[in-house]
Write a protein that binds this ligand. Structure first.
Ligand code: PGA
Length: 257
């Protein structure tokens, strides 16, 4: 089947716990001219403290600034947490939800992620929902079972109409920060599986128009082959997104047709 070129292509950077405000602004000064004429949407998920100044700098450019996490409550006595409305006010356009580091290190469950997805949609912040299997799960041939569960539970109750506000990211945990990328064929297989799950759980129209990004050791030299795959609509980049030139060459690696 030919690739559905009407899907939005997104190249997203995830800075994790890197970059002060100063460093973030320097990065933006470098990145803005490098990606000025891109067809892809360029996203950067920055530390909370950098959202406001970075979003101000990105105003009027093709770059959208977002957050890496949020709480599911609208407000309340949750020391150390941050609400969707606060992120939005600071200038965040999107939020990463269910990143594997949140799932693994901070023990976030699919049910919690689901509540956050609903909160983000209700407050008008685009959720970028991450799913992916661990090495142990892949080696036990449980990849599909894990992906199906994560999709079903983290997206439970999301309406077909709300899907147009949402982006999905497939990030195999064994490929994150390890330098061990999934091959384009492995990634394509998992993306096609996610799209089939969405078809079954919702409908073919929702599945066909959903942008699904690949993440896990994406670098300037492997991004193009990944993004050429039929079901891969962009990438979510950790380490290589910290350098404006490396990130810009990933943005430019998108297929031309
Ligand atoms: P990586 O991280 O590109 O450094 O593997 C990807 C991610 O965690 O989103």
């Amino acid at each position: 089947m030919a690739k559905n070129n009407s899907r939005t292509i997104v190249v997203a950077g995830n800075w994790k716990m890197y970059k002060t405000i100063d460093e973030a602004l320097q990065f933006m000064d470098q990145l803005i001219p490098l990606v000025a004429d891109t067809r892809a949407k360029v996203y950067v998920a920055v530390p909370f403290t950098a959202i406001h100044p970075t979003a101000a700098k990105a105003k009027g450019t093709s770059i959208s600034v977002g957050a890496q996490n949020m709480n599911d409550a609208s407000e309340g006595a949750f020391t150390g947490e941050i609400a969707a409305l606060m992120l939005k006010e600071a200038g965040a356009h999107f939020v990463l939800l269910g990143h594997s580091e949140r799932r693994q290190i901070f023990k976030e469950s699919d049910a919690f992620i689901n509540r956050k997805v609903k909160r983000a949609l209700a407050e008008g912040i685009q959720p970028v929902v991450c799913v992916g299997e661990t090495l142990e799960e892949r080696e036990a041939n449980r990849t599909e079972e894990v992906l199906a569960r994560q999709l079903r539970e983290s997206l439970e109750g999301i309406s077909s109409a709300e899907f147009s506000q949402l982006v999905l990211a497939y990030e195999p945990v064994w490929a994150i920060g390890t330098g061990r990328t999934a091959t384009p064929a492995q990634a394509q297989e998992a993306h096609a599986f996610c799209r089939r799950c969405i078809t079954e759980l919702w409908n073919p129209e929702v599945a066909d128009s959903l942008s699904i990004l690949y993440g896990g050791s994406v670098k300037p030299d492997n991004a193009k082959k990944l993004m050429e795959q039929e079901d891969i609509d962009g990438v979510l980049v950790g380490g290589a997104s910290l350098d404006a030139h490396a990130f810009a060459s990933i943005v430019k690696a998108q297929p031309t047709s």
